[in-house]
Design a protein around this ligand. Structure first.
Ligand SMILES: O=C[C@H](O)COP(=O)(O)O
Length: 250
C-alpha cells in the first residue's frame, strides 16, 4: 500500500453509552499503530462522547445532511457533526442509497457540504449482485463515481468500494475482482481529478474480518477497509488494523 492505510469502522445502528468502553479499547489499539489511520463512525448519539475521549483515532458520522441548518426534522448537518468533534463522515453508503432513496446527486451534495464544514469524506459506491451477474459492475460503479464525487477537487476524499452483496453476508469478491474494480476506480479518479486522483485512498468494504483482512488489504490499490460487523469489538477490529500495519512493514 503506497498511501497511508485507512481502517474505518462503521458501527451502523449499534452502540449505547456502555459501548464507549469498546471505543476506548479501539483507541488504545490505534495508538499502537501510528502508521495506520484509524476511524470509527458511531451512531450520532455517541459522536461527541467518543470524540471527547479519542486520542489516536478519528471519530466520524455515518451520514450528513446537505444543508447547514433548517427545517429538516431528524437530520444532522455537517457543521453540527464537526461541532460535535467529528473529523470525517461517510456518505452514500448503500444502506442510505437503497433504504433512504439517496441518488448520486444527493450524495454529491452531502460530500460537498461535509468538505465545506472541514470534514473528511468517505464516499461509498458498489454494485448489486444482479448488476455484477449482468457484467455491469464496473459501469455501475463508474456511474456512481461520476455522479456523486464532488467536482471541486480531491482534497479530504476517500472512496469505499462496497459490493452490496458482500455487506454483512460473509461473502467477498475474489482477489482478482477486487483488484480489477480498484484499478477501474483509480482510473476514474484520475480522469476526474488528474494527478490528485492518485492520492485518494480507495477502501474495500463488505465482510472484512480478521481472517480475510490481510489478503484483501494486500490487493493493489486497496488503501484500507470500511468495516461493519467486525469493527464492533476491539478484539476483531484490532486484528484488521494489525493486518494493515503488517503489510506496510512488509
Ligand atoms: O460500512 C460497512 C459495510 O457496510 C460493511 O459491513 P460488514 O463489514 O458488516 O459487511
Amino acid at each position: 500500500m503506497a498511501l497511508r492505510p485507512y481502517i474505518v469502522g462503521n458501527w451502523k445502528m449499534n452502540g449505547l453509552r456502555a459501548t464507549l468502553a469498546e471505543a476506548r479499547a479501539i483507541d488504545r489499539v490505534a495508538a499502537r499503530y501510528p502508521a495506520v489511520d484509524v476511524g470509527i463512525a458511531p451512531p450520532f448519539t455517541l459522536v461527541h462522547a467518543m470524540a471527547e475521549e479519542a486520542q489516536a483515532m478519528a471519530v466520524g458520522g455515518q451520514d450528513v445532511h446537505a444543508k447547514p441548518s433548517g427545517a429538516f426534522t431528524g437530520n444532522i448537518s455537517a457543521p453540527m457533526l464537526e461541532d460535535a468533534g467529528a473529523r470525517f463522515t461517510i456518505v452514500g453508503h448503500s444502506e442510505r442509497r437503497s433504504l433512504h432513496g439517496e441518488s448520486d446527486g444527493d450524495v454529491q451534495a452531502k460530500a460537498v457540504a461535509a468538505r465545506a464544514a472541514g470534514l473528511g469524506v468517505i464516499l461509498c459506491v458498489g454494485e448489486t449482485e444482479a448488476e455484477r451477474d449482468a457484467g455491469q459492475a464496473e459501469a455501475v460503479v463508474s456511474g456512481q463515481l461520476h455522479g456523486s464525487l464532488p467536482k471541486e477537487g480531491a482534497e479530504g476524499l476517500a472512496v469505499a468500494y462496497e459490493p452490496v452483496w458482500a455487506i454483512g453476508t460473509g461473502r467477498v469478491p475474489s482477489v482478482e475482482d477486487v483488484a480489477a474494480m480498484h484499478r477501474a476506480i483509480r482510473a476514474d479518479l484520475v480522469a476526474i481529478y488528474g494527478d490528485a486522483g492518485k492520492g485518494v485512498r480507495i477502501l474495500y468494504g463488505g465482510s472484512v474480518n480478521a481472517g480475510n483482512a490481510s489478503e484483501l488489504l494486500g490487493v493493489a490499490d486497496v488503501g484500507g477497509a470500511l468495516v461493519g460487523g467486525a469493527s464492533l469489538t476491539a478484539e476483531s477490529f484490532a486484528a484488521i488494523i494489525n493486518a494493515a500495519a503488517m503489510l506496510i512493514e512488509g
